[in-house]
Design a protein around this ligand. Structure first.
Ligand code: TXA
Ligand code: MG
Length: 316
């Protein structure tokens, strides 16, 4: 689908699948209640899970936020356009459906050229969660979005494979004298070290805190789940007992497994993760097995582990 058609659908109160550098989004105008409702219905998403608003220009912050400090704007500028989502005080005119009634709104400026062009064309911020059914694996290719709604309920703009492949880092900045308290709600491609460096660049000390899932309503312990269960093993080998445990825990009739193999380069591993989970789910297997004994934990692997832990049905 071309951009003109996408613009027409969005301005007419509809939703469109759009490419971003992280994952594909399901986008509607923030000014269309009809469009916003369609997002929740199509995704089967509970209304307690707020949406991210996407902008292409810092000027649009006035429309959706209020009282943002110069430091926060300067911080945003160091990462935007890019895979960082900031939780900001919400403008009272913003539809509360978007923010699930919270007094904050999640905002990001994507860097994918097609997303930016569309945002410029429609000239209104777009609310867009990942374009998958609630709790399932996020899409990193246009065909993934189409397969999520096989009866053509959603038109998708083709934008190739997402270069990052996992969702943005979600965070909130609190100011405290010469320090910035950086609360991370969801780890992503922008790392703690990047956030710390940004604070330092602004002449501030960084205090990094990881926020429990409850504060980020949609970031649930079970999320990103593939169609067939994912089992993570940190053992050298699975014993007969382990196999029986998997069988009973997952209520399986047979025990055919397929292996999830991740690239040793974390950037490539992140890019390929969801695509691989979708591919493996199509195989004639009962479960996907990841041998994670030697998987690193640091840097971008933190975000990959966050998704793996939530995608897994069982770990041993
Ligand atoms: O990379 C991404 O962020 C992708 C692309 C499409 O931009 N979007 C995405 O949206 O991952 P979604 O809806 O799947 O995840 C957004 C998460 C929500 O589940 C929620 O946990 C958190 O962001 N969130 C949104 N608004 C929030 C708020 N006001 N306070 C706390 N968390 C919020
Ligand atoms: Mg999502």
């Amino acid at each position: 689908m071309d951009l003109n058609k996408a613009k027409e659908i969005i301005l007419g109160g509809g939703v469109v699948g759009i490419p971003t550098e992280t994952v594909y989004g399901l986008a509607a105008s923030i000014e269309s209640e009809e469009g916003i409702r369609k997002i929740f219905t199509l995704k089967q998403r509970p209304f307690f899970d707020p949406l991210i608003v996407h902008i292409s220009d810092l000027k649009q912050l006035d429309q959706i936020t209020t009282n943002i400090s110069e430091n926060v704007i300067e911080f945003a500028k160091l990462f935007w356009p890019g895979p960082l989502t900031l939780i900001l005080p919400k403008n009272k005119n913003l539809n509360p459906l978007i923010t699930s009634g919270l007094d904050t709104v999640a905002v990001r400026m994507p860097s994918h050229p097609i997303a930016l062009k569309l945002l410029e064309e429609v000239n209104v911020p777009l609310a867009a969660p990942s374009a998958n059914k609630f709790g399932k694996t996020s899409p990193t290719k246009a065909e993934h979005v189409r397969s999520e709604w096989p009866n053509d309920e959603v038109s998708v703009i083709e934008g190739g494979e997402c270069s990052i492949g996992i969702e943005s880092t979600v965070m909130q900045i609190l100011e405290n004298g010469d320090s910035l308290i950086l609360e991370i709600y969801r780890p992503g491609f922008i790392l703690e070290s990047d956030l710390r460096a940004a604070a330092n660049k602004l002449g501030k000390k960084a205090i990094i805190k990881k926020v429990e899932s409850e504060k980020s309503p949609g970031h649930l312990p079970y999320h990103y789940q593939p169609e067939i269960p994912l089992v993570i093993s940190k053992k050298r080998e699975l014993s007969e007992d382990d196999l029986s445990l998997i069988k009973s825990k997952l209520n399986l009739k047979s025990m055919i497994s397929v292996l999830l193999e991740l690239n040793s380069d974390s950037v490539i591993a992140a890019r390929e993760l969801y695509s691989k989970l979708r591919e493996l789910s199509k195989m004639e297997a009962d479960f996907i097995l990841l041998n994670a004994r030697e998987l690193p934990k640091e840097g971008l692997w933190q975000a990959i582990w966050d998704r793996l832990n939530r995608a897994a049905s069982f770990q041993l």
